[in-house]
Design a protein around this ligand. Structure first.
Ligand code: NAD
Ligand code: DAU
Length: 339
């Protein structure tokens, strides 16, 4: 029997990278293609252990490059596409929105057009809970799949636009699709511009940790391995055309997250520095995952077990993040923060 071909875009990044490893190990009967441009957020060193596997291939390409993408799809005739590739950091979208529209909107459209040309079984678009905008602090309110799309940042607006294109290609061209909308991820290989890895790396270096505003904004944290299992399930069992929210009910204020990391590492809370708030800072995100649970998904990590695993991973893998924070990252950090 011919092996199924799965294209993962953005598989050199944080979540896509974890997903590639999860799939390569779980499905030896699939051929997995990792397509990534290797922007500042992409790195291949994380795949050293699988790069020799027969069922893994890397392709360096830009999803906005129509010619390259079309000829790759024509040649390989993928069965599945799982689309992670994106500009993903809200703060960067505030200083430079253009690349977010380019990559997240136009790049998605190129992939949809290319998928439409071949007989694809499923296009799974990895989206975010941020497309729903923000919730207030009432703990009984949640994002469901029926919550109106109301993005607040250039990042979330670009993701919402790509979601709508994916939906439109399903409605207009019958392209088989699913959209997943996950809450905040954390875990191994998380780029240290984001709150959790930024806090771990700075606390380990005895540097100040910048907390925006009063630190009371709430995020709903999910370990990246649980996001991977959710995408695997939706890819294989998701009903055609459906959206699935992904989250594990782990709501915490940013201050609670930062304090947990500081105390686990045995350091002082004096490292916390309150800095000017993010523009348009969303107050609270919280996912209702009932629909995905009904499909058979359950997370395996609580925030307590997940953050302990993650902190240990950063302690064990200093080489990986130290190399990252010594490059382009320093310029970014100096421009973004004044501490
Ligand atoms: P990331 O920034 O770590 O990785 C993005 C990857 O995409 C990088 O490897 C980068 O090189 C690649 N890429 C960027 N532009 C490209 C282009 N033009 N062509 C090809 N590759 C390109 O992002 P992440 O945090 O792993 O997020 C992955 C996806 O999951 C994104 O679509 C994001 O919106 C979504 N998501 C993220 C979270 C989260 O908490 N991080 C939560 C929900 C959804
Ligand atoms: O909800 C899913 C989204 O989660 C994804 O779609 C995004 O790709 C991902 O980056 C993440 O977005 P956030 O903006 O929520 O994540 P970030 O880690 O940037 O920030 C988390 C919270 O911490 C947020 O309220 C802002 C705050 N923060 C962040 C940074 C980087 C700080 O207080 N200080 C900081 O230095």
């Amino acid at each position: 029997m011919e092996k199924k071909k799965l294209l993962v875009t953005g598989g050199a990044g944080f979540i896509g990278g974890n997903f590639v490893q999860y799939m390569v190990n779980k499905y030896p009967q699939y051929i997995i293609y990792n397509l990534d441009l290797l922007t500042y957020a992409g790195d291949l060193t994380k795949h050293r252990e699988i790069e020799q596997n027969d069922n893994y291939h890397f392709v360096k390409a830009d999803i906005t490059d129509r010619e390259v993408i079309f000829s790759l799809f024509e040649k390989e005739k993928f069965d599945y596409v799982v689309h992670f590739a994106a500009e993903s950091h809200v703060d960067r979208s505030i200083t430079d929105p253009g690349i977010f529209v380019q990559t997240n909107v136009l790049g998605t459209q190129v992939l949809l057009d290319a998928s439409k040309q071949i007989n694809i079984s499923k296009f799974l678009h990895v989206s975010t809970d941020e497309v729903y905008g923000e919730l207030d602090f009432d703990p009984t309110t949640f994002f469901t799949e029926d919550t109106p799309i109301m993005p607040n940042s250039p990042y979330s607006a670009s993701k919402a636009s790509s979601d709508l294109l994916v939906r439109a290609y399903h409605e207009t061209f019958n392209l088989p699709i699913n959209i997943t909308r996950c809450s905040n991820n954390y875990g191994p290989y998380h780029f240290p511009e984001k709150l959790i890895p930024l806090t771990i790396s700075r606390v380990l270096n005895e540097q100040k940790v910048p907390v925006y505003g009063d630190g009371k904004n709430i995020r709903d944290w999910l370990h990246v391995y649980d996001h991977c299992s959710a995408i695997d399930l939706v890819l294989h069992e998701g009903l055609d055309g459906e959206v699935y929210n992904v989250g594990g009910h782990n709501e915490l204020t940013n201050l609670e997250v930062v304090k947990t990391i500081i105390s686990t590492l045995g350091k002082s809370e004096e490292l916390i520095e309150f800095v000017v708030d993010r523009l348009g800072h969303d107050k609270r995100y919280a996912i209702d995952p009932t629909k995905l649970e009904q499909l058979g998904w359950n997370p395996t990590y609580t925030f307590k077990t997940g953050i302990a695993q993650t902190i240990q991973w950063y302690l064990d893998n200093k080489d990986w993040w130290e190399q990252i924070i010594s490059e382009e990252y320093q310029n970014y950090f100096e421009k973004q923060y004044t501490i």
